[in-house]
Design a protein around this ligand. Structure first.
Ligand code: HEM
Ligand SMILES: [Cu+2]
Length: 624
C-alpha cells in the first residue's frame, strides 16, 4: 500500500482530506455539535418561559438566544447535516468516484466551519447578535451590539462555503453520472439535492448582497437603510425574504429526498409516481421564489400585492400534496418494516401535513394580521422544521449509518428515542398554536400570569424536557453502537435496499467503485436483484484509478477568511488590542496566498495501481 501514496497521521489525514465520504462525516460531526448548542439554547429559553414572570434569563440574553438559536439551527445545523448526507451519498448513488471538484468540496466545508466559529466568537465580545435571525433594520443597525457584526460577517463567510459546495453538487450531478444513469433514473435524493443546489445558487447570492449592504452601513457608515438620507427600511425585508423563503425549501427538499429513499426501501416497493415527484420538486422550487412577500403581509405593501402573494403561496400546496399522496401510495400495499428509520420517515408525513395546513392558514393575508408575530407562527415553522426536516434527518441517520460507520445503530434504543422525541415534539409545539391564537407574541422573554397562558407554557416546556431526554438516548445509542452495535463489515446491503450506494463494499473503499457500474434502470441494484444475479455489471475493465491529492490549503484559506472577517469586526471595537488592519492583512495574506499557491502549483493527483484494485476485488469476493 505504502508504495503509491504516503502514509499520513490520522489528524493530518482528516485536516487535508478531499474525500467526499470523510467530508460527509465531518459535516455530520460539525452539524451535530451546532445542533446540540442551539438545542441547549432552546431548552434555556423554554425554562425561562415555564412560569410567568420568570427571571432565569434576562431579556437581553433571551434576545441573543432567540437570534443565535434560529441562526445556528438553520445555517450551521440543518444545512450541514443535510450536506453531510449529500456529500456521502450523492457520489455513491450516481456511481461516481468522488464529487466533480474534491478540493472545492473540502474548501466549502472549512469555509462553512470558520464562518460558524466566527459567529460563535461573538460570545467573547459582549454577547451574541440580538435582532432575531431575520436581522431587521433598524434594529440590526444598533452600533452598541458587536454581536450583530459577528452575525453579518459570520454568515457572509459561511455562506460562501455553502454556495461553492452547492455549485460543486450541481456540476457533480450533471457530469459525473455512471453510464446509463440518465437524469430520469437519478434517485430522488439526488434530484432533490440537485434542485436544492440551484436554490442555494439563486438564494444565497441575494443574501450575500444584503449582508454586504448591512456591513457597509454598520462598519463603513453607508446609508442604505436610513430614510433620512434617502435610504429605505423595507428594502431589507425584501432582500432578506427573497433569500429567506427559498431557504426553507433549501432545507426541506433534501428532507423530502431522504423520505423518498427510506419509504420505498422499507415498504419493499418502488417509489410511487417517480416522474410526478421529480416535477413536483421543480415546481415547488420555482414557486418558492414567487412567495417571499407572504412574510410581509402586515408591512403595508397593499391589498393587490398581498392578494397575489397569498394566492401564489397557496398554490405550493398542490405539488406538495402530490408528494404526500405519492408517499402514502408507496406504502399502500407494501410489505412495511417499521424499524427506526421507517418510524421517523412515516411519522414525517402526518407531522409535515400539520405544518403545511397551518402554512396555508397563514397564507390568508387578512387572517395573518391576527397570527403575525404570535406563537402560532412559532408552532407552524417548528412543525415544518422539526416535524419535517429534523425527522427526515433522523430517518436518514438510521438508514445510512451502516454505510457511513460500518455498524448499525441499536434498534431498541432507536425506538425509545423515536417515542420520546415524538411525545416531546407534540407536547412542545402543538399547544403553541393555542398560545398564539390567545395572543401570546413571539420573541418575548416573559408574560404576566393569570391570562390563560400559564398551563400551555408549562406543557410546552415539559415537552422540551422529553425531547432533551430523547437526544440523550440518541447519544447513548451512538456510543453503545460504536462498541456493541451490529457490525456490517463485508455486508454491502444490510437493508436489502434498491439504490446504488448499497452496491458498494462496506467499508466503502476510497475509490468507491473498483469498476464504474453500468446502470440499467431506476433503482439499479433492485433491478439487478430481479433481472440479474444481484450484483452490478461493470462498465469498464479493471484498471488503475486516478485519485485527487489531499491538501491543507482549504483549511488555510478558511482560517484566512476567519481573520479577514474578524479584522473587519474589530473596526467597530472601541479599543481593539491591535490595529484591525493588521488582522485584515493577515487574513487576506492567508486567503489569497493560499489561492495563489493552489493556482501556481501543479497537482495531478495520484494513481492506485491495478494490482491493488485486483487484490481488493479478490478480498471483497465473499461479501456481495
Ligand atoms: C428541537 C427543539 C426546538 C425547540 C424546543 C425550539 C424552541 C424555540 C424557541 C423557544 C424559540 C423562540 C420563539 C420566540 O420567542 O419567537 C425558537 C425560535 C426559532 N427556532 Fe426553534 N426550537 C427547536 C428546534 C429548531 C430547529 C431544528 C430549527 C431549525 C432548523 C429551529 C429554528 C428556529 C427559528 C428560525 C426560530 C426563530 C428565531 C427568531 O425569532 O429569530 N428551531 N425555537
Ligand atoms: Cu415563506
Amino acid at each position: 500500500m505504502a508504495s503509491y501514496k504516503k502514509e499520513k497521521g490520522v489528524i493530518w489525514d482528516w485536516l487535508t482530506t478531499v474525500d467526499h465520504k470523510k467530508l460527509g462525516i465531518m459535516y455530520l460531526i460539525a452539524g451535530t455539535l451546532f445542533f446540540l448548542k442551539a438545542g441547549l439554547m432552546a431548552v434555556f429559553m423554554r425554562i425561562q418561559l415555564i412560569i410567568p414572570e420568570n427571571s432565569f434569563l434576562t431579556g437581553q440574553t433571551f434576545n441573543e438566544f432567540i437570534t443565535m438559536h434560529g441562526t445556528i439551527m438553520l445555517f450551521l445545523a440543518a444545512t450541514p447535516l443535510l450536506f453531510a448526507f449529500m456529500n456521502f451519498v450523492i457520489p455513491l448513488q450516481i456511481g461516481a468516484r468522488d464529487v466533480a471538484f474534491p478540493f472545492v468540496n473540502a474548501l466549502g466545508f472549512w469555509i462553512f466551519l470558520s464562518g460558524g466559529l466566527l459567529l460563535s466568537t461573538s460570545w467573547f465580545f459582549g454577547g451574541g447578535p440580538d435582532a432575531g435571525w431575520t436581522a431587521y433594520v433598524p434594529l440590526s443597525l444598533n452600533e452598541e451590539q458587536l454581536g450583530l457584526d459577528f452575525y453579518v460577517l459570520g454568515l457572509q463567510v459561511s455562506g460562501i462555503g455553502t454556495l461553492i459546495s452547492a455549485i460543486n453538487f450541481l456540476v457533480t450531478i450533471i457530469n459525473m453520472r455512471a453510464p446509463g444513469m440518465t437524469m430520469m433514473r437519478l434517485p430522488l435524493f439526488v434530484w432533490t439535492s440537485f434542485v436544492t443546489s440551484t436554490l442555494i445558487l439563486f438564494a444565497f447570492t441575494p443574501l450575500a448582497a444584503g449582508l454586504a449592504l448591512l456591513m457597509l452601513e454598520r462598519i463603513f457608515d453607508a446609508q442604505f437603510f436610513n430614510p433620512a438620507a434617502g435610504g429605505n427600511v423595507v428594502i431589507w425585508q425584501h432582500i432578506f425574504w427573497i433569500f429567506g423563503h427559498p431557504e426553507v425549501y433549501i432545507l426541506v427538499l433534501p428532507a423530502f429526498g431522504i423520505i423518498s429513499e427510506v419509504i420505498p426501501a422499507f415498504s419493499r416497493k418502488r417509489l410511487f409516481g417517480y416522474t410526478a415527484m421529480v416535477f413536483a420538486t421543480m415546481i415547488i422550487a420555482f414557486l418558492g421564489f414567487m412567495v417571499w412577500a407572504h412574510h410581509m403581509f402586515t408591512v403595508g405593501i397593499g391589498p393587490v400585492a398581498n392578494s397575489i402573494f397569498a394566492i401564489a403561496t397557496m398554490t405550493i400546496a398542490v405539488p406538495t400534496g402530490i408528494k404526500i399522496f405519492n408517499w402514502l401510495f408507496t406504502m399502500w400495499g407494501g410489505k412495511i418494516t417499521f424499524n427506526t428509520a421507517m418510524l421517523f420517515a412515516s411519522s414525517f408525513v402526518p407531522t409535515f401535513v400539520l405544518g403545511g395546513v397551518t402554512g396555508v392558514m397563514l397564507a390568508m393575508a387578512p387572517v395573518d394580521y391576527l397570527y403575525h408575530d404570535t406563537y402560532f407562527v412559532v408552532a407552524h415553522f417548528h412543525y415544518i422544521i422539526v416535524g419535517g426536516i429534523v425527522l427526515a434527518l433522523f430517518a436518514g441517520l438510521f438508514y445510512w449509518y451502516p454505510k457511513m460507520f460500518n455498524h448499525k445503530l441499536n434498534e431498541k434504543l432507536g425506538v425509545v428515542f423515536f417515542i420520546l422525541f415524538t411525545i416531546g415534539f407534540h407536547l412542545t409545539f402543538f399547544v403553541q398554536h393555542f398560545l398564539g391564537l390567545m395572543g401570546m407574541p413571539r420573541r418575548v422573554y416573559t408574560y404576566l400570569g393569570g391570562q390563560g397562558l400559564d398551563e400551555f407554557n408549562m406543557i410546552s416546556t415539559i415537552g422540551t424536557f422529553f425531547m432533551s431526554a430523547a437526544v440523550i438516548v440518541l447519544v447513548i445509542n451512538i456510543v453503545y453502537s460504536a462498541i456493541k452495535g451490529e457490525r456490517v463489515i463485508g455486508i454491502n446491503d444490510p437493508w436489502d435496499a434498491r439504490t446504488l450506494e448499497w452496491a458498494t463494499p462496506t467499508p466503502v473503499p476510497e475509490y468507491n467503485f473498483a469498476q464504474t457500474p453500468q446502470i440499467r434502470s431506476l433503482d439499479p441494484l433492485f433491478y439487478e436483484k430481479v433481472h440479474g444475479d444481484g450484483t452490478m455489471k461493470p462498465a469498464e475493465p479493471v484498471d488503475e484509478i486516478h485519485m485527487p491529492n489531499g491538501s491543507i490549503l482549504p483549511l488555510i484559506i478558511s482560517v484566512g477568511l476567519y481573520f479577514l472577517g474578524f479584522g473587519l469586526i474589530m473596526l467597530e471595537m472601541s479599543e481593539p488590542f491591535i490595529s484591525p488592519w493588521i488582522v485584515v492583512a493577515l487574513g487576506g495574506l492567508l486567503t489569497f496566498g493560499g489561492m495563489a499557491a493552489r493556482s501556481i502549483k501543479d497537482d495531478h493527483g495520484y494513481h492506485i495501481p491495478k494490482s491493488v484494485i485486483q487484490s481488493d476485488l479478490k478480498k471483497q469476493g465473499g461479501g456481495k
